[in-house]
Every structure is written in structure tokens, then in C-alpha cells.
Design a protein around this ligand. Structure first.
Ligand code: F3S
Length: 294
């Protein structure tokens, strides 16, 4: 069995930056440090940060002093304003690509466009983008969201959640073209997402089995699993090495591995190492059964 790791698997630049800033802040034990929501959508990495003493709060109201870290997904402007009013030490780890999406949404809104966001309604990044439009933007996640919009619209500006699949974004743009007088498009899908998805899809088309590693609560990991599945590979999404089942690898010649943008390297290494063990066990079994046949 050949194990092939996809290009661009694991931490993206925005998550790596957020982790570095948070770990540095966590090392400063004199000041209480909290992240506003779990820093990244990976429970194992979040546990490690908690071991360093970095706590998690759900709302800014819970913080009275110390440092508050804004995660890579960003926050709506009103949340940032509240943190400033409280005179908290703000460490803004919002990914620059997410900042750009917020700025584009705000610009479109100021220019009088009905802003439409292609993404997950409940994702914190999307909530932050909505905040940049005074919460007037509409999120299209499913076909039915689009159906609720008027059939004819004057000025529409469309942007994407940074981790949206390019396929879904293109589909939405094409449908909006039939309904609008004027359509302004900002492709705010981040480059690394696009590269990661393309590499995963390409690899999935060449192997019999794909293992996608990342938090079950990670939108970009779930998308990778969808893409691999659509490319025709039998696909399993796991968070940790313990979840791998030997049965999946039976009679598989090539297995591909990819990981979401919030999956730490040490988890990828553990998964690949467990797969190497399974491979060795299989080889031993094959040799044993050959010996018995002769
Ligand atoms: Fe930023 Fe793209 Fe990562 S938006 S957080 S670099 S997936």
C-alpha cells in the first residue's frame, strides 16, 4: 500500500499565525489570556492551548481584564468596539484574507449593493462578515436560500466565505447573473483554500481511498471530505489516529491523505504513522498466508 500526502495539507498561513500569536501570549503568565471562542476548529489543538493556560470565553462580556485574542475568523466590528471600550489588551489574529473579505463586504454595502455571502450561515467568519454590513447581507448556503431572494434584483454584490469551494461559488454567481441588473463579484476565497482543495481533488481521483484529517467542527475539513468523495475516492474523515480502522485499508493499493487548514502537523504525523503500522501488519499477514500456501 502506497501512502501519498496531498500538497498543501494542514495548517494554513492564517492559522499558523494565530497559533503563534496565541502561544506567545500564553507564555506571558502575568496576564490572563483568553481566546474569544476556540482559537481554531480542532479540539486537540485547543486542548494543548488550554494546557498552556490560554482560556476560552464565549463573549466579550465575560472578560474584565487581561488579553483577549481575536481568532483567525475575525469578529463583527461591534465586538471589537466593546473590547476597546473595556480597555482590554486586544490581540487581533484575524487572518488578512478574512479582513479583506470583511472590507469588500463593507465597501459593497456602503455603495448600495445588496450583499450576498456564499457560505455557512453559522460559521463565525460569516457572522463577522455580516457585521461589516450592519448585518444586512444575506447568506446563501443552500439552493433554498437563493429561492427566498427576489427573482429580479438591481444591485447585487457577491462574496464568498474564504474557505468556500470554488465550485459552489461559481454555481451561485451563475444563478445570480440571471436575476440581477448589476452584479459585482469579489472572489474572496483564499488562495491556500483553493490550492488545498485542488490538490485534494486531484489526489482523490488517483487513489482508491482518501483519509481526510481535521476537526469535525471544521468547515474547511468537511469541504475537503466532500471534494474527495465527489472525485470518486472512498473517503473517511477522522480527527485522530485512533479512529482509523484496519478494514478500510484491505486490498487498497494507494491511499491519499489530506488535512484541513486547522489540523496541526503532529496529528497528521500520528495518522500517517498509524497507517504505516497498518501497512506493515498487512504485509506480515500476506507473507504468513503465502507461507501457509506453500
Ligand atoms: Fe486565512 Fe485562508 Fe487560512 S482565509 S485562516 S489562510 S484558510
Amino acid at each position: 500500500m502506497e501512502i501519498i500526502l496531498a500538497d498543501h495539507a494542514g495548517f494554513c498561513f492564517g492559522v499558523r499565525r494565530a497559533m503563534r500569536l496565541t502561544m506567545e501570549a500564553g507564555e506571558n503568565k502575568e496576564e490572563k489570556t483568553r481566546t474569544l471562542g476556540p482559537l481554531i476548529h480542532n479540539p486537540q489543538a485547543v486542548d494543548r492551548l488550554q494546557e498552556l493556560g490560554v482560556g476560552i470565553v464565549d463573549t466579550i462580556e465575560e472578560v474584565e481584564e487581561g488579553t483577549v485574542i481575536i481568532r483567525s475568523h475575525g469578529v463583527p466590528p461591534e465586538v471589537l468596539a466593546k473590547a476597546e471600550d473595556k480597555d482590554l489588551n486586544i490581540l487581533d489574529a484575524t487572518c488578512p484574507f478574512v479582513k479583506k473579505a470583511q472590507e469588500n463586504a463593507s465597501k459593497l454595502y456602503q455603495e448600495g449593493y445588496q450583499v450576498i455571502v456564499s457560505g455557512d450561515k453559522k460559521h463565525p467568519e460569516v457572522t463577522a462578515i455580516l457585521g461589516s454590513t450592519d448585518h444586512q447581507a444575506v447568506v446563501v448556503e443552500e439552493e433554498e436560500d437563493l429561492e427566498k431572494l427576489p427573482k429580479n434584483m438591481d444591485k447585487v454584490g457577491v462574496i464568498a466565505q474564504t474557505t468556500q469551494s470554488i465550485k459552489k461559488f461559481k454555481e451561485l454567481v451563475t444563478k445570480l447573473m440571471d436575476r440581477t441588473e448589476e452584479l459585482k463579484i469579489y472572489n474572496t476565497i483564499c488562495t491556500t483554500t483553493h490550492e488545498r482543495q485542488a490538490a485534494a481533488g486531484k489526489l482523490a481521483a488517483e487513489v482508491g481511498l482518501m483519509i481526510v484529517i481535521g476537526g469535525y467542527n471544521s468547515a474547511n475539513t468537511n469541504r475537503l471530505a466532500e471534494i474527495c468523495d465527489e472525485a470518486g475516492a472512498k473517503t473517511y474523515h477522522v480527527e485522530t489516529a485512533e479512529e482509523l480502522s484496519r478494514d478500510w485499508f484491505y486490498n487498497i493499493e494507494k491511499v491519499g491523505v489530506t488535512a484541513g487548514a486547522s489540523t496541526p502537523n503532529w496529528i497528521i504525523k500520528e495518522v500517517v504513522s498509524r497507517m504505516e503500522d497498518i501497512k506493515k501488519e498487512e504485509n506480515v499477514e500476506k507473507l504468513d498466508s503465502k507461507a501457509q500456501d506453500t
